[in-house]
Design a protein around this ligand. Structure first.
Ligand SMILES: [Zn+2]
Length: 364
């Protein structure tokens, strides 16, 4: 098993194109062709985590937070990030980060929090736009099923909970094959007219290459006519934050006990209990203050996230309760999430959860 095999699988789950513009997810250090001994899964890469990887003979570290975030202009060992990179290179350890691309997957970081809090009917709080494309192509009747099935198989035609979504209308295709052409229908240098179906389908932009390959493989024509366009529609399966419902309404006090139990918290920071009961809960792993207005708009009673600043707490306007559980605490279960994903995909790969508590914050 090579690093690139793991990367391929991780990118099918959390494509790099899902990451935010400021992010630096992906393979940060190391060789894609490295044969993996064991994988270490961590929230952060620190010098302690690097030593853990070396001591346990792990040569691939999968981290949530990218070790290299703002770029490196030198690697002298003056800064802890430089020292980690040096340790990785000297010990032939690859480092891969799955950050906001995993935050933005509906089955990612926030789903893990939602499961811990036993939230149901979850939906993405702030779906991303620009993640969907449209294919238009023209297919002769007798090849329609074959082409459609190939496109479905490649990931086209999914809208929310519906698959095999397409639209088709009949028309006439015209063409004149050139002298050197080898046409499926017609003859060189002779105008041809064929009854075709114009087919339209939506697909996630990140699978564009596979869609075009599948189309060309299944379509009978030598030259396949097709148009691709990026849509401004939102993709409800991709985006930040998650909204969910508790099975039964809870008092604020009971919800706090539930939250602390499930997320293993000693302390939370919160605003006053403006709601008598809690049922609709918005969550966002890590720093979620940028989603506060979305959580209010969605009618959440509580917004569970981390890293709120003093002034953010004023912005609740008595419409929602902020419960700040801490950045590390909101994401520490991401290690399990990644581990469970890889365990299901690869039965024979050795996986280790980092035992280093990388939280730089101590509560006294
Ligand atoms: Zn984070």
């Amino acid at each position: 098993m090579k690093v690139k095999d793991i990367i391929k699988s991780l990118q099918e789950w959390a494509p790099l194109s899902y990451q935010e513009s400021y992010d630096n997810s992906g393979l940060l250090v190391g060789d894609r062709n490295l044969e993996i001994t064991e994988i270490l899964i961590t929230l952060d890469v620190t010098e302690d985590v690097m030593r853990e990887a070396i001591d346990s003979n792990c040569n691939l570290i999968i981290a949530h937070h990218p070790l290299i975030f703002n770029g490196l202009k030198k690697i002298t060992g003056d800064h802890w990030v430089e020292r980690c990179v040096t340790m990785a290179i000297k010990n032939d350890i690859a480092i891969y980060a799955l950050h906001t691309n995993l935050d933005n997957v509906a089955t990612g970081v926030n789903q893990m929090i939602a499961e811990k809090l036993k939230l149901r009917q979850t939906s993405v709080l702030s779906p991303k736009s620009g993640m969907l494309s449209k294919l238009v192509t023209f297919v002769p009747d007798e090849n329609l099923d074959e082409v459609l099935n190939a496109l479905y198989e490649a990931g086209a035609g999914i809208i929310g909970e519906y698959e095999h979504c397409s639209f088709r209308v009949e028309g006439t295709g015209t063409f004149r094959p050139g002298e050197k052409a080898n046409p499926h229908i017609g003859e060189p240098l002779k105008d041809e007219e064929v009854t075709e179906k114009r087919v339209e389908m939506i697909f996630p932009s990140n699978v564009r290459r596979g869609i075009v390959e599948a189309l060309k493989k299944a379509h009978p024509y030598e030259e396949v006519a097709y148009y691709l366009s990026v849509l401004s529609n939102k993709n409800v399966a991709v985006g930040s934050g998650l909204m969910g419902h508790l099975e039964h309404k809870m008092s604020v006090g009971d919800f706090i006990v539930h939250l602390k139990d499930q997320m293993q918290l000693k302390v939370i920071r919160r605003t006053a209990g403006v709601k008598k009961k809690v049922q609709k809960v918005a969550v966002c792993g890590g720093s979620g203050s940028f989603l506060l207005s979305k959580a209010i708009q969605a009618g959440a009673d509580v917004f569970v996230s981390g890293d709120f600043k003093y002034h953010d707490f004023f912005e609740t306007e008595n419409k929602i309760m902020i419960m700040d559980i801490g950045h590390y605490e909101s994401e520490v279960f991401t290690k399990e999430l990644v581990c469970n994903f890889l365990r299901e995909k690869f039965a024979n790969i050795a996986l280790r959860l980092s035992e280093v508590n990388t939280n730089p914050i101590i509560y006294d």
